[in-house]
Write a protein that binds this ligand. Structure first.
Ligand code: SF4
Ligand code: SF4
Length: 470
């Protein structure tokens, strides 16, 4: 009986069977120069990813994304809540850098440095292969897995996932808080415990079940490839002119008499692909540029005595059959992106260097615009906000410098503020009533602090209109 489902004319997704079920991949390991290099990079990155929250730079963790206090520390610099412009510039710069890197080097991030690839291909899959046993150089399992092996695999995966979840958490709460939580009962920090448990669950789900689907259907970076790559970007490509027509290897036949190209249709490049695609069908969005097909094909070429590089790092333009298409390193986007980055870096530097060791803001408080004090004096209720940007506690003094008769009242003066902390408090500014013209009067307030910090703020006070206020 024929299937009631409408059959697709061609494969829709490399990991989807025609009936819509998941096509499970068991990619073979292809040893070669790129795998060796990627392995070194991957283990170095695992050490780096784990160590970053512990490495101090300028007395702060290399990376600390403190969402609760809205402070993001990146390589020695802390973006405070008042640094919106700096943070926005940094993020835009980061995005443009990704555009530039992709335009030049294609998906090098995906294949070589993305934590998804690094942990899946160099931690989880090797453990699975070790426990399952594999055919040849590591593809499908040799046998149905005994029950105890599944249990061992689950436990090992769980331990690793918990470790990764703690590492992940350290980026957001810092290692000190993390150590304290680890040593105390989960009931003392239930939210952190739930976050850790949820992260562990997500890691388990990702690395045991979802796997390549993350790259194929979930990751936004992968989805944007079609607009970020151009014909001159670095990609992994199959040399169709050299490989086609593919067919069985004709041993001992001189080149001039061979009926086939260099591709012997062994499918080694397909069975090794972690996203299940056939690179011979051209550049596809699923390709994460891991170079496993390059290693697979190179070893085939070595065996049949043909030159390596039937599949290789190249560009669409370089591999093109069109005689008028020449590969170009310099192209508009490769000039435009660095120019944009330069502009952003300049603005960032200017804004950054204009920042002192503290941020001071004075705004009007809620309620009536002014109050009569009963001694011919008018007061305005204001809000003072000071951000101590330094790594030490500091004291800040407030004074009115434009009018000796003016007084300023705060709950404390000088105001003590902890390192990196923000303090907001009410401030009452009182001046003689006869100062007001047309209902307002401008004063200068000076905030001085440790480290020779000094900032003068102009503030317009509101009072009764007219010269005679009685
Ligand atoms: S590994 Fe090389 S020779 Fe084998 S099918 Fe792929 S491209 Fe052809
Ligand atoms: S096509 Fe090659 S480079 Fe691309 S994901 Fe598959 S094995 Fe990796």
């Amino acid at each position: 009986m024929s299937s009631p489902l409408l059959q697709p004319e061609q494969r829709v997704l490399s990991t989807l069977e025609n009936d819509g079920s998941r096509r499970w991949l068991k990619p073979r390991v292809s040893k070669g120069r790129f795998l060796t290099a990627r392995r070194i990079v991957a283990y170095a990155l695992i050490v780096l990813f784990t160590a970053l929250p512990y490495i101090p730079i300028n007395g702060k963790p290399a990376i600390l994304l403190d969402i609760v206090h809205r402070q993001f520390t990146l390589f020695g610099f802390t973006f405070l809540p008042t640094d919106t412009i700096l943070l926005a510039l940094f993020m835009v710069g980061l995005i443009i850098s990704i555009f530039l890197m992709t335009a030049l080097l294609g998906r090098v991030w995906c294949g070589w440095a993305c934590p998804q690839t690094v942990y899946l291909e160099f931690v989880y899959r090797p453990i699975e292969r070790l426990l399952e046993g594999t055919i040849g150089r590591g593809g499908a399992s040799k046998r149905d897995m005994a029950g105890w092996r599944s249990v061992v695999r689950f436990v090992v995966y769980l331990i690793i996932s918990m470790f990764l979840a703690h590492t992940f958490l350290a980026y957001f709460v810092g290692v000190e808080a993390l150590f304290k939580w680890v040593q105390s009962s989960p009931f003392e920090h239930p939210i952190a415990f739930v976050v850790m448990a949820a992260t562990t669950f997500l890691m388990m789900f990702d690395f045991t079940y979802f796997r390549e689907q993350m790259c194929i259907i979930a990751c936004p970076y992968g989805r944007f490839q079609s607009v970020m790559l151009d014909r001159n970007s670095l990609i992994i490509g199959y040399d169709e002119q050299r490989g086609e027509p593919r067919g069985r290897f004709e041993r001992g036949v001189p080149d001039s008499e061979r009926k086939h190209g260099d591709c012997i249709d062994c499918l080694n490049c397909v069975t090794t692909c972690p996203t299940g695609i056939d690179i011979r069908e051209g550049l596809q969005m699923e390709c994460v540029a891991c170079a496993q097909c390059v290693d697979a094909c190179d070893s085939v070429m070595d065996k049949i005595g043909r030159p390596r590089g039937l599949i290789r790092y190249s560009s669409q333009a370089a591999m093109s059959a069109k005689p008028d298409e020449k590969p170009r390193l310099l192209r508009p986007r490769v000039i435009f992106y660095p120019a944009l980055l330069l502009i952003i870096a300049t603005i960032f530097t200017v804004v950054f260097s204009s920042k002192g060791t503290a941020d001071v803001m004075i705004t009007r408080n809620y309620g009536s615009p002014f109050a009569r004090m009963g001694d011919d004096r008018i007061s305005n209720s204001l809000r003072l906000k000071i951000v101590n940007r330094t790594a030490d506690p500091a004291a800040y003094r407030i004074a009115v410098i434009s009018d000796e008769a003016a007084t300023v009242e705060t709950t404390q003066n000088p105001i003590q503020i902890e390192a990196g902390a923000t303090l907001t408090e009410g401030m009452l500014l009182t001046v003689p009533q006869d100062r007001f013209r047309d209902g307002h009067y401008d004063v200068k307030i000076r905030v001085t602090g440790d480290d020779d910090f000094e900032k003068t703020v102009n503030i317009r006070l509101i009072g009764p209109a007219g010269k005679n206020h009685s």
